[in-house]
Design a protein around this ligand. Structure first.
Ligand SMILES: *[C@@H]1O[C@H](CO)[C@@H](O)[C@H](O)[C@H]1NC(C)=O
Length: 465
């Protein structure tokens, strides 16, 4: 135990030194190059990958399930790499883009769905437990749709697209889900078409031709377009939850589903460099049942989130705004990362330097809107916003109960809890003060000045180590 704390402290001190001296120009270039190499290798097979793989997924990792001029639904490939399968292999990420006044056919999934409205506004009608409820959703909303609910929806705006990102948790086959349409035609088909004539006739107490005409001869397609009038009708009785109307009613029953605005949650951390908002199982029973939480980190342009890890949750992060890059320490990959070169200087207590069995590899990739990143529990990671604008990342946390965020630098760094005897043992009498300086030098918490915004002289003494 002790050694791992020591190793961690060392790795951190080192990475701080390094990040201070890392020229920004190189950062961009190295990042892109590594990303491309990583992808090539990944495509070739299972060799250990450079760059963001297997933790980073770009747009090309999505497959279109539906596409028409009124919208599209695309699903990210499965998390079936051995490093991901155990924690998030059961889950799928998907994105829906619906054109102005698009109407989405009623359907149900054999999966629980947690979604975040990235852009636009809409109406969502949910049929479940023998009832119908309609919800108005808008940018920033998070909502849980329990598996098996029949849902139809529409973009209520006459000129803006509605864009939604979602995480699906299949209930029957891990990592695989299907969509079922009661009403259809050629594509999608109605699931009633799979039943025999005599069964349909008996079940509906209607002539077979009638049943078929109603359920199986509709050719509007999965995503069609509604008129202004139809949109008005559809959204007339939509609410924000809490007993048919009004916003954010407090006396909501725990069975209820409703949209909750993520950015309206009191931020867990907030300063000039960014904000973190969360909805956890405490705020939403359905998230608790799914052992999930949802958060959004909105990092100011050029700023960064302090290196941190989650104690239990694995985070599936989707970039919803801006660009930048992420870095993560990955112990599963060994090799000639910068950290293993450094280890030689400082790993004097370790005999088998050659083994490098406890080295870490830097996982890193440029990210932009639509990128998906998996951050496994315990893995220290950071996001850095580009200089163009804010970087906003929605994080779906799975395995979230009793999860804690552990910060590794800044005012709330857990490493500040190291006591003096331990620090003397770790760093020696002479270096202890230097260590205190490094651990205490960053006064901001959670969101920090980014690498390109560092004040000169901030860590000058430390980088001589
Ligand atoms: C992030 O913050 C900026 C500045 O407050 C805001 O304009 C933007 O809408 C936020 N992005 C998201 C996705 O919440």
């Amino acid at each position: 135990m002790k050694t791992s704390v020591a190793a961690m402290a060392l790795a951190l001190v080192l990475s701080l030194c390094l990040s201070l001296s890392f020229a920004s120009r190189d950062v961009e270039e190295v990042g892109w190059r590594r990303g491309e190499e990583g992808r090539e290798r990944w495509d070739e097979g299972r060799s250990s990958s450079e760059g963001g793989r297997p933790y980073h997924f770009g747009e090309e990792s999505f497959r279109e399930w539906t596409h028409s001029r009124h919208g599209q639904f695309k699903v990210l490939e499965r998390f079936d790499h051995e490093l991901l399968r155990g924690s998030v292999g059961d889950y799928r990420v998907a994105c829906l883009d619906a054109a102005p006044r698009a109407f989405l056919q009623p359907s149900h999934y054999d999966a629980d769905e947690v979604f975040y409205v990235k852009e636009g506004e809409g109406v969502l009608v949910v049929l479940r437990k023998g009832k119908r409820e309609s919800f108005c959703v808008r940018e920033g909303d998070v909502m849980v749709i329990p598996a098996g609910s029949i849902v139809y929806s529409a973009n209520t705006h006459s000129s803006k697209w509605l864009r939604v990102v979602m995480l699906l948790n299949p209930v029957s086959t891990p990592g695989r889900f299907e969509e079922f349409f009661p009403v259809g035609g050629e594509n999608p088909e109605s699931f009633f078409s799979a039943f025999s004539d005599e069964v349909l006739q008996a079940a509906f107490n209607t002539r077979r031709e009638e049943v078929v005409r109603v359920f199986e001869r509709q050719s509007k397609g999965e995503i069609s377009q509604a008129s202004e009038e139809q949109i008005r009708e559809l959204s007339r009785s939509c609410s924000r939850g809490g007993r048919g109307g009004g916003g954010g009613g407090s006396g909501s029953s725990s069975e209820e589903i409703k949209p909750t605005s993520l950015p309206s949650q009191k931020p867990r951390y907030s300063n000039n460099h960014g904000r973190l908002h969360m909805i956890t199982g405490n705020e939403c029973r359905h998230l608790r049942d799914l052992d999930m939480e949802v958060g959004i980190a909105n990092i100011t342009r050029g700023s960064m989130i302090a290196p941190k890890y989650s104690t239990r949750a694995t985070k599936i992060a989707v970039v919803v705004e801006g660009s930048g890059y992420f870095e993560m320490a990955c112990p599963h990959k060994s090799g000639s990362g910068r950290s293993s070169e450094r280890r030689g200087e400082h790993g004097r207590e370790e005999e088998g330097e050659e083994k490098k069995s406890r080295g870490y590899k830097q996982v890193r990739a440029q990210i932009k809107e639509g990128s998906v990143i998996v951050l496994p529990a315990g893995h220290p990671a950071t996001f850095v916003a580009g200089n163009e604008g804010n970087l906003a990342v929605v994080c779906f946390g799975v395995g979230a109960s009793n999860d804690e965020e552990v910060f590794l630098a800044g005012g709330n760094s857990l490493l500040k809890q190291l006591d003096t005897p331990a620090k003397t043992l770790l760093f020696g009498e002479q270096e202890r003060e230097a260590a205190d300086r490094v651990i205490g030098a960053q006064t901001e918490s959670a969101f920090l000045r980014g690498p390109q915004q560092q004040r000169r002289g901030g860590g000058g003494g430390v980088s001589d180590m």
